[in-house]
Each structure stands twice: as C-alpha cells, then as structure tokens.
Ligand binder design. Sequence first.
Ligand code: CAA
Ligand code: NAD
Length: 299
Amino acid sequence: MTPNPIKKVGVVGCGLMGHGIVQVAAQGGCQVVAVETEQKFLDSGLGRIDKSLAKLAEKAIEKGKPADAAKADAAAVRARISGSLDKQALADCDLVIEAIVENLDVKKALFAELGRICKPATILASNTSSFPIGEMGAASGRPDRMVGLHFFNPVQLMKLVEVVRTDKTAPEAFAAARAFGEACGKVPVACKDTPGFVVNRLLVPYMVQAIEMLDRGDASKEDIDAAMQFGCGYPMGPLTLTDYVGLDTTLFILDGWVKRYPNEPAFRVPKSLREKVAAGKLGRKTGEGYYKWEGDKKA
Ligand code: CAA
Ligand code: NAD
C-alpha cells in the first residue's frame, strides 16, 4: 500500500454519501471536518456516523474482538471527526471532497469558493456520479489539483472507489488521491473523465431499462428484482437499487446526460421516474419510491 500523504480532510455535504465518506476517512486515520449548510443536516449526518460505528463495533465483538477494544476503536474514529457550518474550516485541509447535490452549477459555484478559501496545495475532489470533473477543476481555478473520488453507496460497506483524472490533473495529485482511497480501506480503480466513469456508465442505463420494463408492464417490480438477484447473483435488484440510490439523484444524473449528450440512446428518462420525483417519492430516504420503506428496510 502506498503511504497516504493526506492528513486532514474536509467533506462538503454530510448526507447519504458525505457522512459515509467522513467516516471511512476517519477510519483511515485522517482528521476530518464535515461542512453542511444547516445544523440539522450536520446533526443528522453525524448521528448516522454514530449509528454506523456502533454497528461495526457490534460486528467486531461478534467476531471475537474484546468489547473494550472495539468500543475504544470506534471512539477514536469519532474523536477524529468534527463538524462546521463555515467553509473557512476547510482552509488548511490537504484534501477537500465535495458530496453535495448532483447539480453542476451548484457544484461549480462551490469549487470556485473552495479555490479561494483553501491553501494552494489542497487537492480538490468531487464525488459526482455523472458530471465532468474537468469543468469543476476549471471553476476552482486550480485544474491541476482536481480529481474525482467516486465512492459507492453505502460507503461504509462498498469496497470500490473510482479515482478520476482529467487531462490537467497533476500526477502527484492523482497518486495522493489514490493512496487516500486505499487508506480508507477501498479498492481504487483509475478512470478517465468520461460520463459515469466506469460503474455508472454501465449501471444507470441498466436501471433505466428495468424501470421501463416495469412501466411497460412486462413484469412486476418484485419479479424484475428477483430475476436479477437470483439469475445474476446481484445483491439487490435494479428497482430496489434505484430506491436505495435515491430517485432524485438518478433523475439528476439522467437529466444532465440527456442535456449534454442528446444523441446517446442509452441516456433517457423513464416516465415513472420523473412522475415519482415530482410526487416527492424519492426512495428509501422519503419512505417511498418504487417500494415502500420503513426506516432502512423495505416495508
Ligand atoms: N454501516 C454499518 N453497518 C451497516 C451499514 C452501514 N452504513 N449499512 C448496513 N450495515 C449492516 C446492516 O445493519 C447489516 O447488519 P446485520 O447483518 O447485523 O443485520 C449488514 O450490514 C448487512 O446489511 P443488510 O442487512 O442491509 O443486508 P445485505 O446483506 O443486503 O447488504 C448491501 C447490504 C451491502 C447494501 C448489499 O445489499 C449490496 O451490496 N447492495 C448493492 C449496493 C450497490 O449496488 N451500491 C452501489 C449503488 S450505485 C452508486 O453508489 C454510485 C452512484 O453514483 C449512484
Ligand atoms: P444527499 O441529498 O443525501 O446529500 C447532499 C448533502 O449536501 C445534503 O445534506 C445537503 O444539505 C448538503 N449540501 C447541499 N449543498 C451544500 C453546500 N453548498 N454546502 C454544504 N452542504 C451542502 O445526496 P447524496 O445522495 O449524498 O449525493 C451527494 C453526491 O454524491 C451527488 O453528487 C451524488 O450524485 C453523488 N453520489 C450519490 C450516490 C447515491 O447512491 N446516492 C452514490 C455515489 C455518488
């Protein structure tokens, strides 16, 4: 494993993805500051981290780790995490990872601000699912320090991180981001700055096909999901997965691609996806998407 040169990390956005990134960075030994827009969002993200650390400690104890040591490890990770509503707290970070809403204009405005606030050596990273890293690097004014660090949901359990370089990313910034991903316990894969990188370029069109199959009435959602679970060994079917990712995030990804690549037939928005988002049915996070949810489990 390459030594990790990143000691202090900032994470902007402490939602579904951000809270997990904060946690794995702290588990990897980094000091981490999470930045949110409102105290209630920060409290919610830090609360999720507390729950996840308690669960992981419970699992370690089940596997034979002494309870005192497991609890002390969790407390040490938690002690490396702080929260702030002020982006100035990011000024001295070695790496700042953005995990805010999937909207390119909002992300570019944030990177312009980070370019002004952060020390010159800070590496800037986006966890975007679909937007060009190069455009965010240009907005930051430091395109050579810009990378993609694309984690997967749930961050605490999924082993992959895509490390994305643009044609302007400096080799040492890319190497540092990759070493950081390894320190977080992830398997890094190198990607070019293409739409959806590797995973989402394959996965999102597959989710679209599944939703359209349901919309046409070809099969029930339960049967589509069971088919992919038991026919292909996927851990969850595509409609459960869409609920898990968030219907809003899936729609933001597809709308962005349709606008940017109108001639790519794989990029299109299924009818029921737009209707459900308009109705506020965003998936697991709102209690209903393609399925109904009670907390983290399907009802
Ligand atoms: N922290 C700690 N523990 C957690 C946890 C977390 N965040 N989330 C779940 N767990 C625990 C659960 O509590 C459970 O513990 P018990 O066994 O004690 O009950 C255990 O982990 C397993 O979880 P589940 O019971 O939910 O069952 P599972 O075996 O189905 O595993 C899963 C869950 C790992 C999510 C698995 O279903 C899976 O791999 N699903 C596919 C996820 C996927 O494809 N993710 C990628 C989405 S796409 C993306 O992320 C990119 C993008 O840009 C959109
Ligand atoms: P989310 O809505 O759960 O969280 C976003 C958080 O960012 C919210 O808590 C919000 O308050 C905060 N935020 C918004 N603007 C902000 C700002 N200017 N400053 C600070 N905080 C701000 O969304 P999410 O699902 O965590 O997605 C975040 C990013 O990760 C998106 O780019 C998404 O495409 C990407 N992503 C999502 C998934 C997934 O499965 N949901 C997987 C991989 C990558």
